[in-house]
Design a protein around this ligand. Structure first.
Ligand SMILES: Cc1cc2nc3c(=O)[nH]c(=O)nc-3n(C[C@H](O)[C@H](O)[C@H](O)COP(=O)(O)O)c2cc1C
Length: 190
């Protein structure tokens, strides 16, 4: 149990409940001080602000990859495509040769832009704030683009997936449904 002052939270319940929220999957990349490419998988990437252009992600305080690149000049968010699950598993394994066999090119600020990713967003560090056992990293967007307009990789309850084409069919407009119901009602009354 975690004592949180007012309430006591069961860690397993916390993980299970929060795991019911789906996320996309991104690899945050950067060049270390020694000029070595670094990367870590995050499900916590999010858009924050347009004016100014800010994004955020939430690395664990014990992430060795983040420790190696938190002083870099820039970093890049690479949004993974649904066919990049093997790359995701490689980049999420601590201590692995994360870039072995991985094709990438340097972005405008030098951060690795991964081949095959849906989009890339290169940022400078705006703020790194401590938040419990994690940091909240705010990044200021400098350059970005959609490289491959395809289905993104999704993560939900510990498993990977993708949108099915059925979910792209527009949901019926509630106002249209109401109008149709009213029309039927009037027809029946009349
Ligand atoms: C789908 C998915 C999402 C993840 N999201 C995060 C995250 O938001 N923050 C984080 O610190 N680790 C996250 N991880 C775990 C890290 O990617 C991984 O444990 C870490 O990169 C291990 O290597 P490191 O110690 O070199 O950082 C995630 C892993 C997966 C598979």
């Amino acid at each position: 149990m975690i004592d949180v002052g007012q309430a006591t939270i069961d860690p397993a319940l916390f993980r299970e409940t929060l795991g019911h929220y789906p996320t996309g999957v991104a690899v945050v990349t950067a060049m270390s001080e020694d000029g070595i490419p670094e990367g870590m998988v995050v499900g916590t990437f999010t858009s924050v602000s347009l004016h100014p252009p800010l994004i955020a992600f939430i690395p664990a305080r014990n992430s060795r990859s983040f420790a190696r690149f938190r002083d870099a000049a820039a970093f890049c968010i690479n949004v993974l495509a649904s066919d990049q699950e093997p790359l995701c598993r490689q980049m999420a394994t601590a201590g692995a040769a994360k870039f072995e066999g991985v094709r990438w090119r340097p972005g405008p600020l030098g951060s690795p832009v991964l081949d095959g990713a849906v989009s890339w967003i290169e940022c400078t560090f705006e703020e790194v704030r401590e938040a419990g056992d994690h940091y909240i990293v705010l990044g200021r967007v400098q350059e970005l683009g959609v490289a491959r307009s395809t289905l993104p990789l999704l993560f939900f309850q510990g498993g990977y997936g993708k949108f099915s084409t059925g979910s792209f069919i527009a949901a019926p407009d509630p106002e249209l449904i109401q109008a149709a119901q009213l029309a039927v009602m009037f027809r029946e009354v009349g």
